[in-house]
Design a protein around this ligand. Structure first.
Ligand code: NAP
Length: 300
């Protein structure tokens, strides 16, 4: 039996593993998709204390190898259920059943969809949620990015290195991204910023060839020919499968405070998957250490 099963190998989950292992506990990390979580897809991280600049994948790799060097076991799999048996817990995946003493849920969040017609159909045929993964397919082409946060701005900057033109479409005039990031954006000749605009439709069969746009202030509509659309409109949590053992708020985040305690003894929530005001690498790392320390205390 493993001491702690950690669901999610993002910053919170990997930090939890490092703290648990250094405290002498065994830790198994289950990851359904990308080791390193969201940060692995971030082209450039410039706000992690002590590191001026690092690529997200480099940081993710360093975190993963630090946890593995300490003895973390890592398995690919989606945790579909957690059972609370009192002093022990059971985590069920599509391929296995894991008995443990404590569980740390660090599932982060997944990409929010725009909600326009044909979005699913054209995903992989011009529509993408990952500029780092798919940007190179659009060399010399015109692409658009939707969103006004750090991800959208960093995606636009990343794509501008490959694409003939990048159109950044945001539904308001103010951006959530840091002013420093916006400054960089304005310095790129092949990036055009379109504010107060929303994407209302996608055209092209079988590949995306254009967008239908609407100006939210004037109601005016327009067509924008593009070969690629990168959707970067934030994240949504993915915790429904754990509803039996933790409480979720109206938007699906696990209700837990700075202690990372969920209300079920021995089950903790760390990082972006829990209710919190600031979802950053630093707060994810902080949660990982807090949740692991609490889990070690629970295990005794
Ligand atoms: P975000 O900050 O939540 O921004 C999402 C953006 O999408 C917002 O501008 C929002 O518009 C827009 N949006 C949401 N739903 C939309 C819809 N249906 N149609 C059109 N636009 C929509 O998400 P994020 O950029 O992915 O960032 C998430 C967190 O990660 C943030 O805390 C960010 O700072 C952090 N992050 C950090 C780094 C790093 O390098 N350290 C990199 C990336 C992200 P409104 O502004 O109008 O709401």
């Amino acid at each position: 039996m493993t001491d702690i099963v950690i669901i999610g190998a993002g910053t919170a989950g990997l930090t939890a593993a490092i703290y648990a292992l250094r405290a002498g506990k065994s830790a198994l990390i289950l990851e359904q998709e990308t080791f390193g979580g969201q940060i692995a897809l971030s082209p450039n991280v410039e706000n992690y204390p002590g590191i001026k600049a690092i690529s997200g994948s480099e940081l993710a790799t360093a975190l993963l190898s630090q946890a593995m060097d300490l003895g973390a076991e890592v398995e690919l799999g989606r945790a579909t259920e957690i059972r609370d048996n009192g002093t022990t817990k059971t985590v069920v995946t599509e391929d296995g059943v894991y008995e443990c003493g404590a569980v740390i849920i660090a599932t982060g969040a997944r990409h929010r969809h725009l909600g326009v017609e044909r979005e699913e159909e054209l995903t992989g045929a011009g529509v993408s949620y990952c500029a780092i993964c798919d940007g190179a397919f659009f060399k010399g082409k015109r692409t658009a990015v939707v969103g006004g946060g750090s991800t959208a701005v960093q995606d636009a900057l990343h794509l501008s290195a490959y694409c003939s033109e990048v159109v950044l479409i945001h539904r308001r005039a103010e951006f959530r991204a840091e002013p420093r990031e916006l400054e960089k954006l304005r310095g790129r000749m092949n990036i055009r910023i379109l504010t107060d605009a929303v994407v209302t439709g996608l055209t092209g069969t079988p590949f995306l060839t254009g967008l239908e746009l609407r100006n939210v202030l004037t109601g005016e509509t327009a067509q924008l020919p593009v070969d690629g659309l990168f959707i970067a409109v934030g994240q949504v949590p993915d915790n429904e499968a754990y509803r039996q053992v933790v409480r979720l708020d109206d938007t699906g985040y696990i209700i837990a405070d700075e202690s990372c305690e969920t209300g079920t003894p021995g089950i903790y929530a760390a990082g972006d998957c829990r209710t919190k005001t600031v979802r950053q690498l630093t707060t994810a790392a902080a949660d990982g250490s807090i949740a692991a320390t609490a889990a070690c205390r629970w295990l005794g």
